[in-house]
Design a binder for this molecule. Sequence first.
Ligand code: IVH
Length: 665
Amino acid sequence: MAAVKPAERLKQLRTELAHHNRQYYTLDAPEVSDATYDGLMNELLKLEAEHPELVTPDSPSQRVGGAVLEKFEKVTHRQQMLSLGNVFDEAEFAEFDDRVKKALNLETVTYTCEPKMDGLAIELVFEKGRFVQGSTRGDGTIGEDVTENLKTIKNLPLTLEGKNLPALLEVRGEVFIRTADFKRMNQQLLERGEEAFVNPRNSAAGSLRQLDSKMTASRPLSIYLYEVGVVEGKTFTSHMEKLDWLEKVGLPVNPRRAVAKGLAGVMKEYEALLADRHGLPYEIDGLVVKVDGTDERNRLGQVSKTPRWAIAFKFPPEEMEAQVEEIVVQVGRTGAITPVANLKPVFVGGVTVSRATLHNEQELRRKDVRAGDWVFVRRAGDVIPEIVKVITSKRTGQEKEFVFPTACPICQSPVKKEEDGAIARCTGKHCPAKLAGRLRHFATRTAMDIDGLGDKLCEAMVETGMVKTVVGLYSLTVKTLSGLERMGEKSAKNLVDAIERSKKTTLRRFIYALGIPEVGEATAKALADHFRDMKPLMDATIESLQAVKDVGPEMGKAIHGYFEDADNRAMVEALLAAGVKPEPPEAVAAGGTFTGKTVVITGTLTMPRQQAQEEIERRGGKVSGSVSKKTDFLVAGEEAGSKLTKAKELGVKILTEAEFQALLK
Ligand code: IVH
């Protein structure tokens, strides 16, 4: 075999590596194993080391970072990099739409809708398909040259695919960090004793502005392209056509993009994206709406630095500055003492927030939050508001450090720290705060499902001594309940009825409702399926508990310990004597409709989610929260979003609610 010339072999290797890179990072469809990829990369590195004169600027070896810069060079953008105007609600968007309609003399405008990536804007220059320079937006006219740093971004191809590539192509896009990558990175930083980043956006911006590109290479940056500046010898009739072309030449473009007709069409996209916001693998802060037609765009033009043909339709903010008024502690049902910051109310994550959890003493110390501090508060999705970081530059010196209590603030019993030091617990056996927490947990929707028994009511029942254990709920009457403040006869009657109804329940709900340490809904189900009755569960040894699916030594010990306690046993017996009837699980039919199948439910169904899940499980299926290659069915209700898209991409069998219902029959 004739030896391949090094230059020739290098070219092959670069093409091959670029291809696998794209399959892996952009298409999420690797064709070779990591080891094969590493093998090719090593061969390339070795050849380049032997022939340094053959190293090209677009070689994948250049992704690892290199020389440390003194400063960033300035780059003048050939075409100004614009920014977007903002609108915050439908009325404001309608005004934008009206302006566009009027200027274009159109009844309905065709728009493209894209997620507004929360990262930082960059520009890339490709000459004859080769990446030659990249820069930050800067002031829109002059930015900074961050070429070396951009080369380290794994999903950015350094050479484009296809023939007849433009001599010059300027593309714009966003550098960002995926949520999962961000979490992993922050965890690693903390483990090394370094400071964590506040959010993905800040860390993406910080990482791209490193003078040492090796530093940038160590950060998990991603990129999506969404605009074209100057392009030679190529025209597009619409924005969507442009995005499709960018994708065709191998550039990463967000697959979530849609054409929308007029105000109604855009509102639909806005609502759908907002609903999917927390299911997306990256953070967004709105929807970018652009006039689709190139002609229309040109006719609209721009005002100073913002185009008249595009707008950012913003979502409610998820991170805001707020001031801590005081720090207090809460005592939960397990006695865990949680420090909580009371805040001056701020609007964040779509609601007004006036308190944020500090998790535990360690967290409180690590973040060093003090009464009077200004902090970043974050509330994403339905999670509890959190303090991300103190804004130390705003400190005046008047802030007060919090002294963690050594006695429970509710019952004054001593506080004991757990072995690993993270969780402090109240040791009081009859702490009213614990009891109120246990009542609330017992009543929760996925446990005994007692409608109307909320936090305040539980606290009031404990305070007045009306209820001493959860068993007491079952002897409440309309008359006794009416003794509580603000409890009308009608609500009292409703509550008594709800408590009565809760007696008919399932074993898994009942086990979960007991609040056994370590036992969540999934374990409660596994225990119910395995033991099928309370008696054998209560008498189970640690060993026999460990025979249950997913029960490990720790959990086995916790469950066993719970039932060793005479008070707990007495409570279970009293509940059963009071008329609570936990039904054992129905035997799973051997050839059940969903036997061995993994099902994901998405969108709004007419039946409650919980019920749909139980129906599937009763037929031998497993319900999972996310779509993957292992998913067998996706049950898609109304307004299904990203999960439906993903299922379609992966070719997962999709069931409408009607089809699902038919299978249940
Ligand atoms: S288009 C003239 N599309 O939002 C159009 N921008 O102020 C220029 N952004 O600086 C931007 N996602 O950093 C566009 N899909 C998207 C975007 C997007 C995020 C950022 C970009 C820009 C800012 C607007």
